[in-house]
Design a protein around this ligand. Structure first.
Ligand code: PMP
Length: 428
């Protein structure tokens, strides 16, 4: 595989950007090697600067449910850009996106648009604290909610991959406000409420964990969270940054029929441009400035480019059959991958919910962080490189989700399954 241009760019990048990347998850440190620099994408495919083509399962880490450069999104962004990129004053399109979000998510009556999932989750905590007058937060080890200080405690995703789940630079006094529970273990949450009955403002959870690899909620886990938070006067925050508009148009809360108090979103609602959002029921959102005393703002929030991409994306996702197609594409991929691993006699467990999945190098079951961590990450790294050489791009970390889009064709999936078989054979 030719990598000369990527290598050259990576060397240049490392001279001016920490680690050569603007987000650690893009780094190949955990799996070694040089990340391909991507030149362009179309549908389910991307091409790097050396001309190598890949079937892409990163999907920009979740936003691209329609695939790359979907014509409706490109056209919407171009049209919006021609009329000006930012005004710092209200625009019509942001109302449209907010209306679409409120219509889609049963728990969201009012929504505020921001610029990233990080901002959304950071603000959701502030909102929960403002509403309850309490200071502590419960989060789950291995869940990732962006890089706000109080959430970089026992975090997943790149923080887990690079061995820094609790970041340097977070004051201990502040980290102490974040209590850590065990995903899929309701007793661990109840124990924290026993210890801090009057202090917990909110429990924040990825309703389907994606940032320690995909781990679905155990039966009754989300119901248990709903119940214990309600009983104890705390708010339940669903981080639907990945799952919103992905596992169902109405997100995980619709899939599982649970109503959180606050929902955070990002990724798909921006169609590949920087957008995040947090929303909830009217009474809670009344805290948000200028209605209430909880301050949050943004120069570029709701800017016409980002919201145009979001509206175009959600409009396409409303077409009949889209989620059925995502589901059947996911099934086709995972059935084929499972069969290839079985043929190669490599112990593995594939967790999948709708169009999000992770193949663990682990005989399984993988239903908790402790089990995730038993995966053979070195084997994963070799496998990931063997796939890359065969034109298939998966995350450069075992602890991440992969995504299929509506642009992945049966032919793409079948080519991928062949590549998986060949990669496993080559690794012996
Ligand atoms: N929450 C979840 C569940 C995420 O997966 C991510 C990003 N991977 C975030 C929050 C943070 O979003 P962003 O990277 O847009 O700040």
């Amino acid at each position: 595989m030719e990598q000369g241009r990527s290598q050259q760019l990576f060397e240049q990048a490392q001279r001016v950007i920490p680690g050569g990347v603007n987000s650690p998850v893009r780094s190949f440190r955990a799996v070694e090697g040089t990340p391909p620099f991507i030149a362009r994408g179309a549908g389910a495919h991307v091409w790097d600067v050396d001309g190598n083509e890949y079937i892409d399962y990163l999907g920009s880490w979740g936003p691209l449910a329609l695939g790359h450069a979907h014509p409706a999104v490109v056209e919407a962004v171009q049209r919006a850009a021609a009329d000006g990129t930012s005004f710092g004053a209200p625009v019509e399109q942001e109302v449209e996106l907010a209306e679409m979000i409120c219509a889609a998510l049963p728990s969201v009556e009012l929504v505020r648009l921001v610029n990233s999932g990080t901002e959304a989750c950071m603000t959701a905590l502030r909102l929960a604290r403002a509403y309850t007058g309490r200071s502590k937060i419960v989060k789950f080890a291995g869940n990732y909610h962006g890089h706000a200080d109080g959430l970089l405690v026992a975090a997943g995703s790149g923080a887990l991959t690079h061995g820094i789940p609790t970041s340097a630079g977070v004051p201990e006094s502040y980290a102490a406000e974040t209590l850590i529970a065990t995903f899929n273990d309701i007793a661990s949450v109840e124990g924290l409420f026993e210890a801090w009955p009057e202090d917990i403002a909110a429990v924040i959870v990825e309703p389907i964990a994606g940032n320690m690899g995909v781990v679905p909620p155990a039966d009754g886990f989300l119901e248990g969270l709903r119940q214990v938070t309600e009983t104890r006067g705390a708010l339940l925050i669903f981080d639907e940054v990945i799952t919103g508009f992905r596992v169902a148009y109405g997100g995980a809360q619709t899939l599982f029929g649970i109503t959180p108090d606050i929902t955070t979103m990002g990724k798909i609602i921006g169609g590949g441009l920087p957008v995040g959002a947090y929303g909830g029921r009217n009474e809670v959102m009344q805290q948000v400035a200028p209605l209430g005393p909880m301050y949050q703002a943004g120069t570029l929030s709701g800017n016409p480019l980002a919201v145009a991409a979001g509206v175009a994306t959600l409009t396409e996702l409303q077409r009949p059959g889209v989620y059925e197609q995502l589901e059947s594409t996911g099934i086709r991929l995972i059935d084929g991958v499972n069969a290839a691993f079985a043929r190669a006699e490599v112990p593995s467990t594939v967790n999948r919910v709708a169009s999000m999945f992770t193949g663990f190098f682990n005989a399984g079951p993988v239903s908790a962080l402790a089990e995730v961590e038993q995966s053979d990450t070195a084997a994963y790294g070799r496998y990931m490189h063997a796939l890359l050489e065969r034109g298939v791009y998966i995350a450069p970390s075992q602890f991440e989700a992969g995504f299929v889009s509506i642009a992945h064709t049966d032919a793409d999936i079948d080519r991928t399954i062949v590549a998986v078989g060949d990669a496993l054979a080559a690794l012996g």
